[in-house]
Design a binder for this molecule. Structure first.
Ligand SMILES: NC(=O)C1=CN([C@@H]2O[C@H](COP(=O)(O)OP(=O)(O)OC[C@H]3O[C@@H](n4cnc5c(N)ncnc54)[C@H](O)[C@@H]3O)[C@@H](O)[C@H]2O)C=CC1
Ligand SMILES: O=C(O)C(=O)COP(=O)(O)O
Length: 528
């Protein structure tokens, strides 16, 4: 069945065409994002959801999204998506990190000019027939100091344009390296320094718990008198009420805002002030940027839904379309090794150690580890998947350790999974043969060679004569057909294991009888 995608925001129709061309069913309902009840009602029918900023992907929406595999944000900010909730549900969240950055930077520059020359007010007055030539006295930008808070993709484009305008550019960004600052021609400063020196402040950080209210009442009080403030990043970075007061008192000369704490903003403390310019979250709204982000998000979502390739996911490592097919059999192996261990582990898992030997060590092991953890925890949590597994393991206090050794041993690639609980430590290793099928090659240090099958019996016993005969006849008597039979032991007369693929389910009575065979220590059914 073809995957189905819902577009619930005003994306460029270019996205619709891409989905169709890729063979994905698509519903284009550009106003739906604003109707959260309707969205919750229908989201269960879709594998993918493509959005901009109007759709809020809340835990409630996610709870109704039974089939959802991916949320694609045609844009940058993903603060309208509850990422932890999406991750816990195994939903990939991807954005398009560069598609609208030039456009947004240009909007910030446009806002800066609009403030410096009061263009909106002058326009309104002129068109009202007033010709107030003496009312509007602007300021020159040349040689002024621009303070950029958040100097990432957009901030550094703003810096570049501002340098072209012969401004002095200073930036506060804890993650901006001194080398990068030098490279892009900005002076890296602390926040207080920026507040004290900037003639114009422009914000370009995401909205996080750390950046919320970065321009608080206290911070605004530290700015230069006559400062102008531009926010084309996110509502919530600036205390709107405190800014309104500072505008009122004349400390702040002007503010240009594209984004607001509450959107759509129909009322706001900044509205109505003569030195305030507002636009309705238009930062990304150019034909070019909208085409870019729509095409990119549709391609990325299609690649994921059709080929398992992941790019620009904010909650999972990237996997290219070339890597995806190479990774697939190892994902299956990792998940099955995890499942094997999970089905045998009844007590609390403290640590999972996964070792990658040989060629597999150079693949995206983060994805493989996630798959192994998903398999391990699935017996307890049916809904877990590779996306949600790491966060669920963390939540449960399970330590996940990874080791890679690129030198191959007996196998070209080998994955070993070790589960450590309070009582025991159990390891199991597997590989993928040339036929692409995963195999178990070692259990607790005992060599075996078995494929994973829908119904299996795992028996540990003492290596004594007679076990195989009596075991096989118990199965025969119960009418259970043996499909494959793998045996291994650590040494003659030592510990032995049998891994048997059977047709159909193993009845509980049979399991009891096997358990009672004289040399048997443990008999467990397994399903893959
Ligand atoms: N108005 C609009 O339509 C648009 C708004 N945006 C907003 O712009 C934001 C920035 O976008 P990009 O530059 O592409 O993101 P980015 O991730 O490239 O840059 C963000 C920068 O903020 C810095 N940062 C993080 N925490 C900080 C803190 N506590 N203090 C100072 N700096 C901090 C980061 O180190 C990074 O360099 C987006 O998150 C989005 O919210 C993006 C596109 C359009
Ligand atoms: O890309 C972003 O972060 C934006 O804020 C753009 O928002 P929009 O897609 O125009 O609703």
């Amino acid at each position: 069945m073809a995957p189905r995608v819902l577009i619930s925001d005003a994306l460029s129709p270019a996205a619709v065409q891409i989905f169709k061309d890729r063979g994905i069913e698509v519903d284009f309902q550009p106003a739906l994002g604003k109707d959260k009840d309707k969205l919750a009602e229908i989201i269960g029918n879709y594998d993918g959801l493509a959005i901009r900023s109007a759709t809020k992907v809340t835990p409630k929406i996610l709870a109704s999204a039974a089939r959802l595999k991916v949320v694609g944000r045609a844009g940058i900010g993903v603060d309208n998506v509850d990422i932890p909730a999406a991750t816990a549900k195994g939903v990939i969240v991807m954005n398009t990190p560069f598609g609208n950055s030039i456009t947004t930077a240009e909007h910030a520059i446009a806002m800066m000019f609009a403030l410096a020359r009061e263009i909106p007010a002058a326009d309104a007055s002129t068109q009202a027939g007033k010709w107030e030539k003496n009312r509007f006295m602007g300021v020159e930008l040349t040689a002024k100091t621009l303070g950029i808070i958040g100097c990432g993709n957009i901030g550094s484009i703003v810096a570049d344009r501002a340098l072209g305008l012969k401004m002095k550019v200073i930036a506060f960004d804890p993650f901006l390296s001194p080398e990068r600052a030098l490279d892009i021609g900005v002076e890296k400063v602390e926040l207080d320094d920026l507040l004290a020196r900037a003639d114009i402040i422009t914000l370009h950080t995401p909205l996080t718990d750390k950046t919320r209210n970065v321009l608080s009442a206290e911070a605004i009080a530290k700015t230069r008198k006559g400062v102008r403030i531009v926010n084309c990043a996110r509502g919530g970075l600036v205390d709107e009420a405190a800014l309104a007061q500072a505008l009122e008192s004349g400390h702040v000369a002007g503010a240009a805002f594209d984004v607001f704490i509450t959107e759509p903003a129909t009322e706001n403390p900044l509205f109505g002030h003569p030195n305030v310019i507002c636009t309705p979250h238009l930062g990304a709204s150019t034909t070019e940027a909208q085409e870019n982000v729509a095409l990119q998000v549709a391609e990325q979502m299609s690649d994921y839904l059709l080929r398992g390739a992941i790019s620009n996911a904010v909650n999972f490592p990237s996997i290219t379309a070339e890597e995806a097919p190479k990774l697939k059999p190892f994902i299956e192996l990792a998940e099955k090794l995890g499942s094997f261990a999970g089905q045998l582990t009844d007590t609390d898992i403290q640590t999972v150690r996964i070792t990658y030997d040989g060629a597999v060590a150079s693949l995206k092991i983060k994805a493989l580890t996630s798959a192994a953890v998903a398999g391990l925890l699935r017996p307890a949590l049916a809904d877990i998947n590779v996306v949600s597994a790491p966060s669920i393991a963390k939540e449960r206090g399970i330590v996940v350790e990874e080791t890679t050794r690129e030198i191959a041993g007996d196998y070209e690639s080998l994955i070993t999974l070790t589960v450590i609980t309070e009582k025991m430590e159990r390891s199991i290793s597997g590989t993928v043969f040339a036929d692409g099928r995963p195999r178990i090659v070692d259990i607790k240090g005992i060599k075996v060679d078995a494929e994973f099958a829908p119904s299996m019996l795992y028996v540990t016993n003492e290596d004594r004569p007679g076990f195989v005969g009596s075991f096989a006849s118990l199965l025969g008597d119960a009418g259970i057909n043996i499909a494959t039979f793998a045996l291994g032991r650590d040494r003659q007369g030592g510990d032995a294991i049998a891994l048997v693929e059977v047709d159909g389910k193993v009845p509980a009575e049979l399991l009891d009888k096997v358990q009672q065979l004289p040399s048997v220590k443990q008999a467990r059914p397994l399903a893959f």
